[in-house]
Structure formats: structure tokens, C-alpha cells
Design a protein. Structure first.
Length: 282
């Protein structure tokens, strides 16, 4: 059976339509000597999804006309990310509920996508750290007993300790992801989940520009592609790998594959430290 026929049977039709829309599009282009150069190129092409597009998508999901959303695109059929749910479920079972910081989590797209399954894990406190425009929109329309919105990691953790830090499709869009992972602001977290991390197909760490198709809002962003071996070498001095997984949904043009890791702080590295004001990059 061809991969196209396999996809027909395994993927919800909404996701298949999305893949058809983007098939053949070169998402990841160029190679740049530094972040500033890539950012200038991306700026010439326009930014990412407009805030209003993201807000409208989140409204549709909340209203029940969409099952979940991503970067302003609404999907009408439910889909779950099983490895992520498994990791969160195991963390929640050890801690009698889940208190999580979702760094760069938009208006709660991961929560909305999995809210039915996550609600079975016990009490949920989902704290999102985002850019000011999204924080304002979140507080205005989407804050509730579960979701809260904060403009820095320090603000998100000021209400008390958390179980886990979630970084989903975040690291590759930070100017200095290596420095971020070494930052003392992370010392208070015993578990981190990295999800949808971009890995270079040719294993060369480099900076590219991600181009979004016009049908999905257009625009461009500087983006890292990580070599897997070097990336894991950055993690393992501080973190042990509890589990890891491949993320097939994001693989669109063959330039990169995508992966996730559940990390647990090594006993020798545990420390209590106040969170500093780390914020997502625009």
C-alpha cells in the first residue's frame, strides 16, 4: 500500500487537507551566518500569523466549531498527540494533578486540543507565557480556572511551584536556544517536555528562514535546525531522557524532521532558584 493510501486511512480528513495545501511548499530555506541576518530576511517577508488570526482560531475551538487549532489554522476533527499525553499523565499521577508552564503556548492550543484527556488527570493549572499582545488577548477572552496568561517565566511561577515546563515548537524560534536551556531560571523545574523540535535532515545545526504558505497566513520567521547528536549532548549533562518520540505531523518538506523529549533533572543537578524574566521572542 502506498504512503498516500496509508495516510488516507490513518489521518483525519482535516489534517489530510492541510497537508495537501502545504505539500510541495519549501518551508525552510537558505542558510544564514547568524540570527540577525536571518531575522532581517524574515522581516522583509513579513512576520508570523497575525494575532487576530490566532484569536479567531482559538474562539472557534472554544465555541466548538473547531476541534483544535495551530498557529491560526483551525482543524475540525479531533486529534491527540499520544506521546505528550503519556508524559503529562505520568507526571500528573506522581504529583496528584498537573501544574504546568506552557512557554510560548499561544492562547492555549495544546490545552484546547487535549482538554478532554487532560481533564481526567486531576486538577489542572495551565500557565501560559507569551508575548504581550497574546497575553492581553488571553486575559481578556480566555482566562478561566484552568488557563492563565503571563508575560514572563517569573510571573508564571510566582504563584507557586509547578510540575513541568512545556516547550512545544519553541526552541528553534529563540535566538539563543542553547543559552535558554542553560539559564538558571530553569533550575526550579524537575521536568521539561520539549516537543516539535526541528532537527536537520543532514544533521548540520544551522539557521534558516521558515516561510509559511499564503494559505496559512503567510509570513516568515528565523529558525534553527539542530543536529540531533549535538542537541542531545547539550541536554544530557543536566537532564536524563525519560522518553523521546518522533513528530510526523510537522514533517513537510524533507529538510527537517521533528522530535520530542521528556526530560527529568538529574539528582546531582537539582537546585531551587527563582525564575527570571524569560519571555518568548517576537
Amino acid at each position: 500500500m502506498s504512503m498516500r493510501r496509508v495516510a488516507k486511512y490513518l489521518l483525519p480528513s482535516g489534517i489530510r487537507r492541510w497537508l495537501r495545501t502545504t505539500f510541495g511548499w519549501r518551508w525552510l530555506r537558505g542558510e544564514y551566518p547568524d540570527w540577525a541576518t536571518a531575522a532581517r530576511k524574515a522581516g522583509e517577508l513579513g512576520g508570523g500569523a497575525p494575532v487576530e488570526r490566532v484569536v479567531q482560531a482559538a474562539r472557534a475551538v472554544r465555541a466548538g466549531t473547531g476541534a483544535w487549532d495551530r498557529d491560526g489554522e483551525v482543524f475540525t476533527e479531533p486529534a491527540v498527540h499520544a506521546p505528550l499525553l503519556d508524559a503529562l499523565g505520568r507526571i500528573a499521577s506522581a504529583g496528584q494533578g498537573l501544574t504546568l508552564v506552557d512557554f510560548g503556548g499561544g492562547l492555549g492550543s495544546t490545552w484546547w486540543q487535549h482538554r478532554r484527556e487532560l481533564s481526567e488527570l486531576g486538577p489542572i493549572d495551565w500557565r501560559i507565557v507569551e508575548l504581550p499582545a497574546l497575553v492581553a488577548a488571553g486575559r481578556r477572552e480566555f482566562s478561566d480556572a484552568t488557563l492563565s496568561f503571563h508575560d514572563s517565566l517569573a510571573a508564571a511561577t510566582a504563584r507557586g511551584r509547578v510540575n513541568v515546563l512545556l516547550l512545544s515548537s519553541v526552541l528553534q524560534y529563540l535566538e539563543s536556544p542553547q543559552a535558554f536551556l542553560r539559564d538558571p531560571a530553569l533550575d526550579g523545574f524537575s521536568d521539561i517536555i520539549l516537543d516539535r523540535v526541528a532537527l536537520a535532515a543532514d544533521a548540520r545545526t544551522r539557521i534558516v528562514v521558515q516561510h509559511t504558505p499564503p494559505s496559512l497566513g503567510g509570513g516568515a520567521s528565523p529558525c534553527w535546525l539542530f543536529g540531533r547528536t549535538g542537541f542531545e549532548a547539550l541536554l544530557t549533562p543536566t537532564w536524563s531522557i525519560v522518553s523521546q518520540w518522533r513528530v510526523d505531523f510537522d514533517e513537510l518538506d524533507g529538510t527537517a524532521s521533528y522530535a520530542g523529549w521528556w526530560l527529568r533533572r538529574r539528582e546531582s543537578q537539582k537546585a531551587d532558584a527563582p525564575a527570571r524574566s524569560l519571555t518568548p521572542r517576537p
